[in-house]
Design a protein. Structure first.
Lengths: 338, 273
């Protein structure tokens, strides 16, 4: 089967899965609405002020959209960082990039920026800057002549992550806690409903990052040959690395700004896809966008319902999945490269 | 015949002198030309500048002084992809981990012909198949490169370079990982490509005897300078080689092809310069 056909088939299956999970997420929740009530609200037959309309359209629907977007963006960022560093374990949270972005968000919140559309753009800018800073630091620490060493890269990511997490703690301690309302919940990844305008901005930024990485997918394959060989094949390696680096930081920063630093999505999702589709970034990047959405949406639906009427942070679920998965990868498939 | 590649007084030094030995890995005013259609060999001791010369030609690094020209045009003015359509490099070995199959690797050679295309076209796949056929790896197309032997990997890399349909094929130490049989096969394949397709070949090698056997002309580098350029019989002479390599050698003539064959004169008495 040609690569194009495999991509179309994979996208079809994943799209269907996304639809199923999204419908499921709309129909279950702590409000205990009957399926019929939810269907009425979705069809616009319930009154605008009715409980089922408010819960379905203003709480659950935006949350479903945010989860799908965040999961997709994080998974694509994972594929991008893995290709860029030629390291299968690279991922926004493992590399400390999420922590850098979170630091940016906390700084933005100290300046009083909230989640209305225009302010959200400001928060996203801060998060993007934080992500760039952290990713740049990791890159500089781990760079050795001829590339990046796998163990050093992972260590550098951990260290940069610890640094920014500490910096966040300092800020929280120093600043009046009330001004940082909900920051602790947010730091674990929180898919609170976003206003439509913010959601649109989220989608726009995520699609921009995705587009840049999709455009670079074929060149990322060539980068697996090494930078020198990629250059000799006609790739402008410096420009490629810059573009993917910026795009992956943009994706990470955007997700962190709107939903908090949700960990390990960029590790779990790409690796499941690699198992099925192989290592071609042209297949991985587009499928990661959809599969990441499926994964995070499923995780969030679980987070909303396992301890209902209370709620877990979605980041707790992804970390509970991701951390053992990371250990598994480390101990089995990538043992030789460490 | 016209000059396909020209090095015109090219000098280059790596930017961090503290990290390399003084004077090592540099070129100091190198001039030579490779004619279209010839098999040209670059030989010389370690750190004579062979790899640097190859990197300058493929724009991995830029010359500090002088100019490298391809078909009369300075390579600095060519786009990366444009250069890659003209010059294909077969590196010493593949990086590991390398997660792609032989066919995926060979298809990468089609990139410079349509960098904006997302998936390769049917024509690209046909080219890749032809290239794999030419180097005898078509039956391995679906295998991951990492499962291949050294010789098979080498031929897969050669197929990738052929898929680029270059005017100039550059080989960096092509036989360093190969046993005698594959060395012989590689040499024969190079000569066939050169004869049948008129492909210009640049061979960078430690192996003086391979170079002598397959090359029309040789360039002997010594400490970043041209020690001698000419036919193998002119370059591979005892008086030329001994001061460059710093050891005594004997030069004979092979009975089969009449080309020179160089051997170290064991035991090795260090010669004084």
């Amino acid at each position: 089967m040609s690569a194009g056909r495999r991509l179309a088939l994979a996208l079809g299956v994943l799209g269907l899965a996304l639809l199923v999970v999204a419908v499921l997420a709309l129909f279950v929740g702590s409000a205990g609405l009957s399926p019929r009530a939810v269907a009425r609200a979705l069809a616009g037959q319930a009154g605008a002020e009715s409980v089922e309309s408010v819960v379905t359209l203003q709480l659950r629907l935006p949350r479903v959209a945010a989860a799908a977007l965040a999961g997709g963006a994080l998974a694509v960022a994972g594929v991008a960082f893995q290709g860029l560093t030629r390291n299968p374990l690279a991922e926004p949270s493992v590399l400390g990039v999420s922590s850098g972005a979170a630091f940016g968000v906390v700084v933005a919140q100290i300046f009083g920026l909230g989640l209305s559309a225009l302010q959200a753009l400001g928060v996203a800018v801060f998060a993007f800057a934080g992500a760039l800073l952290a990713a740049g630091a990791v890159y500089l620490i781990a760079r050795v002549p001829g590339g990046l060493s796998v163990p050093t890269l992972l260590l550098a990511g951990v260290i940069v992550g610890i640094f920014f997490t500490s910096a966040i703690t300092v800020l929280i301690s120093v600043v009046d806690f009330n001004r940082l309302g909900g920051v602790v919940h947010w730091l674990l990844g929180n898919l609170a409903p976003l206003p439509p305008a913010s959601l649109a901005l989220f989608a726009l930024l995520a699609l921009a990052g995705f587009g840049l990485i999709l455009k670079s997918a074929r060149e990322l394959n060539l980068l697996a040959l090494g930078e020198e060989a990629a250059t000799q094949l006609g790739v402008n390696a410096a420009r490629l690395k810059q573009r993917v680096f910026v795009a992956a930081a943009l994706l990470t920063g955007t997700v962190v700004a709107f939903t908090g630093p949700i960990g390990f999505v960029g590790l779990v999702v790409p690796h499941m896809l690699r198992g099925v589709l192989g290592q071609d970034n042209r297949l991985l990047v587009p499928t990661a966008l959809v599969a990441g959405g499926v994964f995070l949406l499923a995780a969030d639906t679980l987070a909303r319902n396992v301890v209902a009427p209370a709620e877990l942070s979605v980041g707790v679920i992804t970390s509970f999945c991701g951390a053992p998965f990371f250990v598994y990868l480390l101990r089995t498939r990538y043992r030789a490269s460490l | 015949m016209s000059a396909f590649v020209e090095f015109d007084d090219v000098a280059f030094a790596y930017p961090q002198p503290g990290r390399r030995r003084e004077g090592a890995f540099t070129l100091a005013g190198v001039s030579f030309a490779i004619e279209a259609g010839e098999v040209f060999g670059v030989i010389g001791p370690n750190s004579a500048g062979k790899t640097t010369l190859l990197r300058l030609l493929t724009r991995v690094v830029a010359a500090g002084r002088g100019e490298v020209r391809l078909d009369g045009r300075p390579i600095g003015r060519l786009a990366h992809a444009e250069l890659a359509r003209q010059v294909a490099v077969v590196p010493q070995d593949t990086p590991r981990p390398f997660p792609f199959s032989v066919e995926q690797l060979v298809l990468m050679g089609r990139y410079p012909h349509a960098p904006d295309r997302f998936f390769e076209s049917d024509a690209d796949r046909a080219q890749a198949a032809t290239a794999m056929e030419a180097t005898g790896v078509r039956h391995l197309a679906a295998l991951p490169l990492e499962q291949l032997s050294g010789g098979e990997r080498q031929r897969a890399m050669l197929a990738r370079a052929l898929a680029q349909q270059p005017g100039l094929l550059v080989l960096d130490e092509p036989t360093s990982h190969l046993d005698l049989r594959y060395q012989a096969e590689t040499a024969a394949l190079l000569q066939r490509l050169n004869a049948e397709r008129g492909m210009t070949v640049l061979l960078v090698s430690h192996d003086l005897n391979l170079a002598a056997e397959v090359c029309d002309r040789l360039l002997l580098l010594d400490g970043g300078r041209v020690a001698r350029v000419g036919a193998p019989a002119e370059v591979l002479q005892r008086e030329v080689l001994e001061p460059v390599f710093g050891c005594a050698v004997t030069v004979d003539v092979t009975p089969t092809s009449g080309r020179p064959v160089v051997q170290v004169a064991w035991p090795v008495p260090p010669t004084r310069r």
